[in-house]
Design a protein around this ligand. Structure first.
Ligand SMILES: CCCCCCCC/C=C\CCCCCCCC(=O)SCCNC(=O)CCNC(=O)[C@H](O)C(C)(C)COP(=O)(O)OP(=O)(O)OC[C@H]1O[C@@H](n2cnc3c(N)ncnc32)[C@H](O)[C@@H]1OP(=O)(O)O
Length: 209
């Protein structure tokens, strides 16, 4: 495997929990910032305080995001992943579970920071969540791969602020190609997004360019 895959700090459960709590506070900050009505002077004052906090975090800095201890599914090392990562404030995070029969599932709610059309989820965000869920379904076959194709069909607008469900499953493996299908559905159970993807297990470790 390429160096970036092996040269990672692996956090203890306690360290991970503290950083996950910090990420949760930053997520709240992003939401509060997006919706705030404070006066410009107050916004400037808050910005200065946040800049000072950022400097405190930068005082001890890693070259790459850390990994977590491998859990039962073996797919949860990337704790700073932008979809599932508890350590990534940009991740909702979507807490994806992989069952023994290879079905990937999560319930999640997306706040206003993911808005595309007013009151609805941005289509690129839905595609990102589908990419992750389909990728984990592919990896659950035992062969993880890079996304080669991802097709999303937006059947209905996906609402913000209500419980959504994502589900995915691999349909077949042909050599290095793994195919998977999935959906996002709303609280009424109606499908809003369908997606299909093909992943390719690299012949060697994925190359940086
Ligand atoms: C081991 C890697 C993964 C590690 C992960 C470990 C943790 C797992 C845990 C948890 C799962 C996480 C889930 C993550 C989810 C998110 C994943 C992403 O977002 S990935 C980022 C976006 N995708 C890219 O950046 C790909 C960029 N593309 C490439 O790197 C290459 O093009 C790659 C690897 C996809 C294929 O390269 P080649 O050199 O291996 O392929 P050639 O040998 O040329 O072709 C093989 C066959 O595939 C077809 N093919 C190749 N690329 C295709 C494409 N894009 N579309 C359709 N067919 C394609 C070819 O026509 C050929 O077909 P014929 O055998 O002749 O039938």
């Amino acid at each position: 495997m390429r160096e970036v895959f092996v040269d990672r700090d692996v956090l203890s459960g306690d360290d991970e929990a503290e950083l996950a709590a910090l990420a949760a506070r930053v997520r709240e900050l992003a939401e509060a910032m997006t919706l705030t009505k404070v006066e410009p002077a107050e916004a400037a004052s808050v910005a200065a305080e946040i800049a000072a906090l950022t400097e405190r975090l930068k005082a001890a800095r890693r070259a790459h995001p850390p990994f977590g201890t491998v859990g039962e599914s073996g797919l949860d090392r990337q704790i700073a992943n932008p979809v599932t990562g508890r350590l990534n404030p940009l991740a909702p995070p979507v807490d994806i579970e992989v069952s023994e029969d290879g079905i990937v599932r999560a319930e999640f709610t997306l706040p206003a920071v993911y808005e595309g059309p007013p009151t609805f989820v941005h289509g690129g965000v839905s595609a990102m969540i589908m990419d992750q869920a389909l990728g984990m379904a592919a990896a659950a076959t035992g062969t993880p791969g890079m996304t080669a194709t991802l097709e999303t069909r937006y059947r209905r607008p996906t609402p913000l602020g209500v419980p959504l469900t994502v589900e995915a499953k691999a349909s077949r493996v042909e050599g290095r190609k793994i195919y998977a299908d999935g959906t996002i559905s709303g609280p009424d159970g109606r499908v809003t997004v369908e997606a299909s993807a093909m992943f390719i297990a690299p012949q060697s470790a994925p190359a940086a360019s």
